[in-house]
Design a protein around this ligand. Sequence first.
Ligand code: FES
Length: 87
Amino acid sequence: HCTVELRKSGMTMEIPKNKPALQAFLDAGVDIEFSCEEGVCGACETRILEGEAEHRDSVLSGAQKAAQKSMMVCVSRCRSDRMVLDL
Ligand code: FES
């Protein structure tokens, strides 16, 4: 599991590392925008404040993925044990 802090929502939750983060956020009632749920539209792009994601989308370039500044939460997962997101 990864401990994810959603800074704007003031929420912290445990998310499995083998699943996309979006479903956990929706289950917790987090207000989040999304559309395609396939990592192609960019609607769910979320800023990473701390930690690293396992990127699975086709929106970010390789360099953007390596920069770990944002992630598409519909398909991407946590890589580090702790992440802080701007949500
Ligand atoms: Fe389209 Fe995440 S909802 S990229």
